[in-house]
Design a protein around this ligand. Structure first.
Ligand code: NAD
Length: 308
């Protein structure tokens, strides 16, 4: 049982730390960090994520602002709302819930967000800094940031480890690989065109699975004693559930528990950490503004992410 990394518990600890920082800011400066969430269209999953994010903000004392737009909104109108939040002094983080409708150029919208408020860390300048030696982004993308926190807060050695990241998306796989590299892991990225993935995963001391494929990674693929961070959230039909489905990861969890030194469950692993890191990023953005610690520096002031 102790092989299971409890993401919910770690997230709760972090949210406690954030809540006390927020109340310190409030006492000292009479201001709190603010998060603006832009949601376009009526996707049920997006609405659920936005609701969870707003509730998490309320729980730690972060102000949240929501802009709901119909899926007929034009790109120009959407950009205008982003710009309004860019200049809004009570907003320290702007999150545009993805995916956006097809007629909107997602990358144009993400690039419009002020890098000082880019709490998702998806702005090309922040991603560029994340990939460069000696530079640090203003914000680290929340899901990979959460994966790293799970490793670090469980004292898992990253330096010199063989790390394999399954998936190369801009929001999970790629930044996760860059973060591991910055921490001196030897990183291999495998993806949908990789041949003989099993033999590559088999060498990994650390596996980060972010392919979005139900139980893709089998017990036999895992090196005994490795650490597995399962980012995947795949719905599989389950008539015993009220919703008619349940969530499973990209890893055969029951099998992994038998061979790995540690593994994250789905749900209750990376998911809660993603939200905690969004709050952490919003807090950092708020602190830079409220305490005037500046934002043009290339180093990150994120706790747990000290510059080396
Ligand atoms: P994506 O579809 O954008 O990217 C998937 C990546 O996996 C691609 O790079 C692709 O090349 C690779 N891939 C696909 N099939 C593969 C296969 N058979 N073998 C090897 N690689 C394969 O997805 P994403 O946005 O990166 O998300 C990945 C998963 O993580 C999804 O299940 C998503 O729901 C989940 N997710 C969870 C959280 C969270 O907070 N828990 C956050 C973001 C994403």
């Amino acid at each position: 049982k102790d092989r299971v990394i409890d993401g919910k518990a770690v997230a709760k600890t972090i949210q406690g730390e954030i809540a006390s920082e927020v109340s310190r800011l409030k006492d000292r400066y009479g201001r709190v960090p603010g998060l603006a969430v832009v949601i376009v269209g009526a996707r049920k999953d997006s609405q659920t994520y936005v609701r969870m994010k707003k509730k998490a903000c309320a729980d730690v004392g972060i102000a949240s602002f929501e802009k709901c737009l119909p899926d007929t909104v034009s790109q120009e109108e959407l950009l205008k709302f982003v710009r309004d939040f860019n200049s809004d002094k009570s907003v320290h983080g702007i999150l545009v819930q993805l995916p956006l409708p097809k007629h909107i150029d997602e990358s144009a919208v993400l690039a419009e967000i002020s890098i000082e408020k880019d709490v998702d860390g998806f702005h090309p300048l922040n991603i560029g800094r994340l990939c460069m030696k000696g530079r640090e982004p203003l914000f680290i993308p929340c899901t990979p940031f959460g994966c790293m926190q799970l490793l670090e807060r469980n004292n898992i050695k990253i330096k010199g480890a063989n790390a394999v990241v399954v998936g190369r998306s801009n929001i999970v796989g790629l930044p996760a690989a860059m973060l591991l590299l910055k921490r001196d892991a030897s990183v291999t990225i495998v993806h949908s065109a990789t041949q003989d993935m099993a033999s590559i995963v088999r060498r990994a001391d650390i596996v980060i699975a972010a392919a979005g494929k139900t139980e893709l990674i089998k017990k036999e693929w895992l090196k005994p004693g490795c650490v597995v961070i399962d980012v995947g959230t795949n719905g599989v039909e389950d008539k015993t559930k009220k919703t008619g489905y349940r969530l499973v990861g990209d890893v055969d969890f029951a099998g992994a528990k038998q061979v790995a030194a540690a593994v994250t469950p789905v749900p209750g692993g990376v998911g809660p950490m993603t939200i905690a890191m969004l709050l952490q990023n919003t807090l950092e953005g708020g602190k830079r503004d409220i305490e005037g610690t500046g934002s043009s520096s290339s180093s990150s002031s994120q706790p747990g992410w000290k510059k080396r």
